[in-house]
Design a binder for this molecule. Sequence first.
Ligand code: PLP
Length: 410
Amino acid sequence: MHKLISECEKDLKERFEYIEDIAYQNQVKVIEVFREEKIAVRHFAGTTGYGYGDDGRDALGRCYAKSFGAEAGIVSPHILSGTHALTIALFGLLRPGDEVLCITGTPYDTLRGVIWGEGNGSLKDYGVKFEVVSLASGDKFDKNAIKLKINAYKEVKNNALKVVYIQRSRGYELRDAFSVEEIGDVISFVRGLGFEGCVFVDNCYGEFVEKTEPTDVGADVIVGSLIKNPGGGLAPTGGYICGKKKYIDLIGKRLTAPSIGLEVGSFEQGYRNFYEGLFLAPHVVSQAMKCNLLIGLAMERLGYENYPSMDKTPYDITRAIKFGDEKKMLDFVREIQYASPVDGFVTCEPWDMPGYDDPVIMAAGTFVSGASVELSADGPVKPPYIAYFQGGLTYEHGKYALDRILDKIG
Ligand SMILES: *Cc1c(COP(=O)(O)O)cnc(C)c1O
């Protein structure tokens, strides 16, 4: 074990205690929700066909909603990914002629084709306009620009603005995630301007990082992936959409069919992994957060620029490290793969992924294919050679990966 690791651990002691305190509070919250909902073995059973009266499905939605301070929730293995969950939610809420204002800069890469695609059934194809306000310097909300836009909607656009869109995590941008407090503050600001529509948050990578979620501070709808934080590493697939009941009902009609809504949906394998995953999620997220800080501090001490910088509290489980050197970036990502319990014998190679201009390298030696709550890393191989990493089901796994990384580039 490299000495740098024990030094970093010593210096992170207080921050680790803070993370454990958040995990404890979230753990209590989830257990109390399970008890309130009288979760029992029967909820784990699978159903077939239409799935009428599938209590496991319905109670799972309520457990997610209550854990996030929301009125109602959809949790489904039939939601294929975060992008799919966000797509269902947006199409459920929006109608031709409606407009969306995103106040956190250009949304996540896979959403761009959903929003602005040509002839692929995008929001644009359906006559929904989606505008973006860039972040102000220091990656803060640009309140002046937001105010101008919202006032313009009120005065000249006949209140067409139906959704204000917020992305909590950074995606592949070099900015830090927003805290729940900052999100709550900007929601109050937007409400103060008279906006009465839906405040929508892409909550990916943020769940259980803090004691509260955006729905606790005024967001109307939050959306995320179960192979990230809230699935706790056990959910085999799926996504969630939680929020105000009137919006969740509309979105449910899009998930299934307008005449059917949330009354149907079966899953023969049953829901035990989804419940157990939600139960484990507060702890698993704390492990990922500790991996995030440990690897972040070690990389900073080796002289690599890190996002978020180590003097800041991270508000999601992801971290970006700037290597400025192709070989070092590839070594970092490859060691994450070599440290993995699955496909740990594989050497990662950059490849031309659809939708990217540069070759991308990805390490994901995961039990659940592509699950980024498990220790994983990726990035486009181009200057300044930034690797994004996240996850770690156990702290020990992240520590072992770091030991290997230090052997290579330390
Ligand atoms: C991961 C992620 C998504 C959705 O990604 P999928 O790979 O489709 O699950 C959307 N937004 C952000 C910010 C994300 O991090």
